[in-house]
Design a protein around this ligand. Structure first.
Ligand code: ATP
Ligand code: MG
Length: 273
């Protein structure tokens, strides 16, 4: 089972209309044992690829997640990256900047969390908040925000030139779906902690956020750091698409176990005491 991921990739400079992009697409697939098996097969492959990446220790992968509240960033990260060796994965969540973070440029707290050689870095929210929430809520002056798209492209180009493969995913849901998820959270006491009354303020600005996303997707999807808009309402499909995307990305990076820095012939295993 292969998901056509190209459908979800934003071409550099393409104008983006999120309203016309599917939030519940499954490419004709249905939730089935075959899909489960395919997902598990991706996870096995990822496990091997990650070990090679770590052993090779000369390149890294950065996976960026952005979404509206209830878009499924947390569960995507858990499902797709959770099964990997935790020693090789670093997950970072970017919340409202601390006083110290806010006193620096918006990339300051981001760059220091970029993955080092051999690691997979996962960003739950990212530098894109600087052109999303900061734009929508006027937290930064418009003339500063306007310059950030180019700065972000340059930053991601730097990472890429220096050995970090960058892939960005927007988990795409509809406003109606978000409402259902919020209601669900409020019906289940064990989900109360996931609900934040201020999420309703964000929801009220839905159209402004979509407009801000559209500009960011259009201006910052590049050959070296593409954006994908993944339909995220069917979670099994979202997981399948994400696992395939991570796998294909790592396969293209083609990490190899390094050659030994000793002569194996000099150490026949059976001669060890
Ligand atoms: P959940 O989906 O579980 O609610 P979350 O990612 O929304 O997770 P929160 O603890 O709700 O996590 O906090 C994230 C909040 O921080 C978001 O509202 C986000 O917009 C905000 N935030 C992140 N970066 C910035 C920034 N640069 N300026 C202002 N707000 C920011
Ligand atoms: Mg939140």
């Amino acid at each position: 089972i292969t998901v056509d991921l190209e459908r979800y990739r934003i071409r550099p400079g393409e104008s983006v209309d999120l309203a016309t992009r599917a939030t519940d697409d499954t490419q004709g697939l249905s939730d089935s044992d075959e899909v489960d098996d395919q997902f598990d097969e991706h996870l096995d492959a990822l496990d091997d690829l990650q070990e090679r990446l770590y052993a090779q220790g000369s390149q890294s992968l950065l996976f960026v997640f952005q979404a509206m509240d209830a878009g499924g960033k947390d569960s995507s990260i858990r499902k797709v990256f959770g099964p990997l060796n935790p020693q090789g994965v670093r997950v970072w969540s970017f919340k409202v900047p601390s006083k110290k973070e806010a006193a620096h440029d918006y990339l300051w707290r981001i760059h220091r969390r970029a993955p080092g050689d051999g690691y997979i870095g996962v960003f739950n929210r990212s530098h894109y908040e600087a052109v999303l929430v900061e734009k929508v809520l006027d937290l930064a002056p418009a003339d500063r925000v306007a310059k950030r798209y180019t700065q972000i492209n340059d930053f991601e180009r730097l990472l890429s030139d220096e050995g970090t493969t960058v892939v960005k995913v927007m988990l795409h849901i509809s406003k109606a779906y978000q409402l259902e998820r919020f209601k669900r959270r409020l019906r289940k006491p064990d989900k109360f902690w996931k609900f934040n009354p201020s999420d309703l303020d964000t929801r009220a600005l839905w159209d402004d956020y979509m407009a801000a996303f559209e500009v960011a997707l259009s201006r910052c999807s590049t050959v070296h750091a593409p954006w994908y808009v993944i339909p995220a309402e069917n979670r099994w499909f979202r997981n399948l698409a994400l696992a395939q995307l991570v796998r294909e990305t790592l396969e293209r990076m083609d990490p190899q176990f390094p050659p030994p820095d000793f002569d194996p012939a000099a150490y026949p295993p059976d001669s060890l005491v």
